[in-house]
Design a protein around this ligand. Structure first.
Ligand code: PGA
Length: 255
């Protein structure tokens, strides 16, 4: 694969609401034992919050990074049930925001995503910011407009430098957990729109540096075709990340 840029691929395992501390640590150790090409790819595991300590401990001394699936935008306060990015310092290096399940099922708004992206950076962590259109929006020809608006909101409080240091994930809602993957052409096209939106907002340098993953039913079988496309800098993997060997095969495809 020839790459026309120097962005390092990044593959993240979104375990969603699977695994507690013990089985999460076990899965993390299984992933670390896969002989991943960590010279070429950044790898992040995103366990449920309860398992963050155990997973971080299991991965200590490895080059695998840990991330949170969800944070609040304030550093502390009367927010029952929430966890702040500031609390994750020393435990996690990344935090996800804007995932369509959070947007759709838990009411996370563009404004929340904007504040969380900033809070994650303020704590010294790297945000993975997910955007993507619904099936109705795709069928209605609105994909470009939808992802552009989500990007504009999410990055509004970031500087060009913080934007460049962020990770974005293009996750078409209709492809998440459905077994229905975007075609490599669709992924490349939408990621191109996202990168153009970043450029319009924060300049060409930030657009050239920000890493943009594809997510939505990525498997070992389709990873190579998706990750081989121009501008696709890695994957955000749900279902297939719960099996260490499947996840490792996707990481290999990104190398
Ligand atoms: P999936 O999930 O790989 O199971 O489709 C991806 C995601 O939601 O990040």
């Amino acid at each position: 694969m020839t790459r026309t840029h120097s962005r390092r691929p990044i593959v993240a395992a979104n375990w969603k609401m699977h695994t507690g501390p013990a089985d999460g640590a076990e899965l993390a150790r299984a992933v670390a034992a896969q002989g991943l090409p960590l010279d070429a790819v950044d790898v992040v595991v995103l366990p449920p919050a309860l398992g963050l300590s155990a997973v971080a401990e299991a991965l200590r001394g490895t080059r695998l990074a840990v991330g949170a699936q969800h944070v609040h935008w304030e550093s502390h306060g009367a927010f029952t049930g929430e966890i702040s990015a500031a609390m994750l310092v020393g435990l996690a290096a990344y935090a996800l925001t804007g995932h369509s399940e959070r947007r759709r099922l838990f009411g996370e708004t563009d404004r929340d995503v904007r504040r969380k992206a900033r809070a994650i950076h303020d704590a010294g962590l790297t945000p993975i910011i997910a955007v993507g259109e619904s099936l109705d929006e795709r069928d209605g020809g609105q994909t470009e407009q939808v992802v552009r608006a989500q990007v504009e909101h999410a990055l509004a409080d970031l500087t060009p430098a913080l934007t460049a240091a962020s990770v974005l994930a293009y996750e078409p809602v209709w492809a998440i957990g459905t077994g229905r993957t975007a075609t490599p052409e669709q992924a490349e096209e939408a990621i191109g729109w996202i990168r153009a939106a970043v450029g319009a907002l924060h300049g060409a340098a930030a657009a050239g540096q920000v890493r943009i993953q594809y997510g939505g039913s990525v498997t070992p079988a389709n990873a190579r075709a998706l990750l081989g496309r121009e501008g696709v800098d890695g994957a955000l993997v749900g279902g297939a990340s719960l099996d260490a060997a499947s996840f490792a095969a996707i990481v290999q495809a990104a190398a």
